[in-house]
Design a protein around this ligand. Structure first.
Ligand SMILES: Cc1ncc(C[n+]2csc(CCOP(=O)(O)OP(=O)(O)O)c2C)c(N)n1
Ligand code: SF4
Ligand SMILES: [Mg+2]
Length: 277
């Protein structure tokens, strides 16, 4: 009997035969969405440089993608991505990492590069916790949740990362959960084509750390909750803050055209060299 190959198998490094993800982890759904988007656009992995930090989510491009990947230090993938975009402006640069990596230790790189509107796609897998290191509170953890570092419950207000990135100046920001994997794929395609800083927040289940602490338990239960809590952005615009409590606003939250930093630098270099002659 011939073996059936997965349609995305050609994107995976041939020597990778197992996964670091726990059963039920949402990372697999987001991985598929990214690779399907690239395949649907008839692009190949050589068109990209992938950059990642440290955490469970950071294990997505490295080791899985058969591509150029920089697996960098905790919180620094966007800084590396900026360097790559400056040096290789023809490449698509995609950062894939977790909420802790991008919004806690890496928070300043996130907002500064959204402000600069540097062309890159940033996919933030937001599971509301530090998954890989044992379930510590992240800046996305809901108030009151008992975690490894907050045994009496968190008292810090969580970030709404997408709103933070919009306020910082990104040209494209969207949010979906793993329940809406088709919409997530379509949005990733749009983000890849976009000129400017494109940020996608993928709300994803970590049944092992987050699910255990909330009592949601299984991945299936967590995804059911995503389905029930999701409100499309259009509908949300007619609801009050109180009505939106506990809901997840999903969809493309902002899509603007504005000057992109690397292109502006190139134009400035041209002008400066013309003036010097
Ligand atoms: C400078 C530094 N501080 C702390 C750590 C430990 N550390 C590694 S991953 C991580 C949190 C990862 O959380 P997140 O980015 O949300 O990824 P997840 O595992 O949830 O996917 C931490 C605190 C580290 N590796 N380096
Ligand atoms: S700890 Fe959570 S985020 Fe990490 S692989 Fe397991 S389920 Fe996924
Ligand atoms: Mg996390």
């Amino acid at each position: 009997m011939s073996e059936l190959a997965h349609p995305l198998q050609h994107f995976i490094r041939p020597n990778v035969t197992s996964t670091t993800n726990c059963p039920g982890c949402g990372n697999g759904i987001v991985t598929q969405a990214i690779l399907r988007a690239i395949g649907d656009l008839s692009m190949n992995l050589d068109d990209f440089v992938f950059v990642t930090g440290i955490g469970c989510a950071a294990w997505i491009p490295s080791p899985f993608f058969n591509a150029d990947v920089l697996h960098t230090t905790h919180g620094r993938p966007i800084a590396f991505a900026l360097g790559i975009k400056m040096g290789l402006p023809g490449k698509k640069v995609m950062v894939i990492s977790g909420d802790g990596d991008l919004a806690a230790i890496g928070g300043n790189h996130l907002i500064q590069n959204a402000r600069r509107n540097v062309e890159m796609v940033v996919i933030c897998l937001n599971n509301g916790i530090y998954g890989m290191t044992g379930g510590q509170a992240a800046p996305t953890t809901p108030v009151g949740l008992k975690t490894a570092t907050t045994p009496y419950g968190t008292f810090e207000n969580p970030f709404d990362i997408s709103r933070l990135v919009i306020a910082a100046g990104a040209s494209f920001v969207a949010r979906w959960t793993t329940y809406q994997s088709r919409q997530l794929t379509a949005t990733i395609k749009k983000a890849i084509r976009k000129k400017g800083f494109s940020f996608i927040e993928a709300i994803t289940q970590c049944p092992v750390q987050f699910g255990k602490k909330t009592g949601s338990g299984s991945a299936v239960q967590m995804m059911k909750e995503y389905k029930e809590k999701s409100v499309p952005v259009k509908e949300a615009s007619g609801l009050s803050e109180e009505e939106l409590q506990g809901k997840i606003v999903v969809g493309e939250l902002i899509d603007k055209d504005k000057p992109e930093m690397v292109e502006e630098i190139m134009k400035m270099k041209k002008r400066a060299s013309g003036e010097a002659q």
